[in-house]
Design a protein around this ligand. Sequence first.
Ligand SMILES: Cc1ncc(COP(=O)(O)O)c(C=O)c1O
Length: 384
Amino acid sequence: MPSLDQFAQAKLEALQRRNLRRALTETWREDGLWVERDGRRLLSFYCNDYLNLTQHPAIKRAAIAAVERYGAGSGASRLVTGNHPLYAELEARLATIKGTEAAVVFGSGYLANTGIIPVLIGRGGLVLADELSHACLFAGAQLSRGKVLMFRHNDVAHARALLAEHRKAHDQALIVTDGVFSMDGDLAPLAELLTLAQEHDAWLMSDDAHGLGVVGGGRGSSFVGNGYVAAPLQMGTLSKAIGAYGGYLCASGPVIDLMRNRARTLIYSTGLPPAIVAGAIAALDLIEREPDYAAQPVKKAKAFTRRVGLPEAQSPIVPVIVGEEEATLAASRLLAEQGFLAAPIRPPTVPAGTARLRLTFTAQHPDEEVARLADLVRDRILAA
Ligand SMILES: Cc1ncc(COP(=O)(O)O)c(C=O)c1O
């Protein structure tokens, strides 16, 4: 066997031994709610399509019209000829929703984080990240070549201690955190983190991938509760509740202009297809028009946690922590036998010993199915 294949095979076998080998499963998402997998039709609690907008007729129509008008692809980087007219509209809409001066759209959330952080932080800089931040925030932090420190999850006192110790030795400092945590569904203490950042001349960046469209009246995690948390860097993705694709940063005019000039993942990557941008605009229209609809996923998640007896959901994401990988796989199989898709999440996506079912609730989940799922989780998984 060639050495390259031997290398790959050995790595795969090591993953297999630890029950961590993954495979892609073909999934047919009929209507954004029901999925067909391995010949089975299952009600999905495993999509980030919180508002079921990937299949919304008005959004599909907007995407199709954009293909007809502007073509299937953008043809080049935005800085070359890929900056089709729909971009300006989407960026203006995002800035208005987030309450910032300007916005810039990237190819994805991952590309946004790996592009933004190295523009702001260099070798002499400091990145302080919540330990449960999404992998692409850490990827961006590593690419910056600055010093990267983690603070304990949502522990502002720990972040404060780290800043007190390390801030002075660095030119710039950036605090990064998910606004809604992708695997735990809880919210970051953004107001406290902003105050802390200001006290130490550090900059706060929130990643609102799982907040836009579903919390804070649809405007995201800076808008939860009383008062707006004016984090100077608010990034997010258009691939979850928005049902499209792409990432964004909302910030001041100068910061956005700097990104357009320096963010390598923006400059050296092709612009998004017009259909995707048109779909995102149509989704934002719908969210603005129908705030009650945008509130549904969190409502369903709360009904679930109440019935199971778990801490109250703060977002559409509810972790059911099982612990060991084998038991988590078994729990997922049990739910599939009952018609539910609730796939297991294992390390390294989550810390060792916290393998879980990550349930995501969407606007159109029938209440009686949410109740049936809750009873199964309470009686057959958590009681086992
Ligand atoms: C918190 C968070 N940030 C960023 C991303 C990446 O976004 P995208 O899927 O648009 O690359 C994700 C999910 O994929 C996420 O959960």
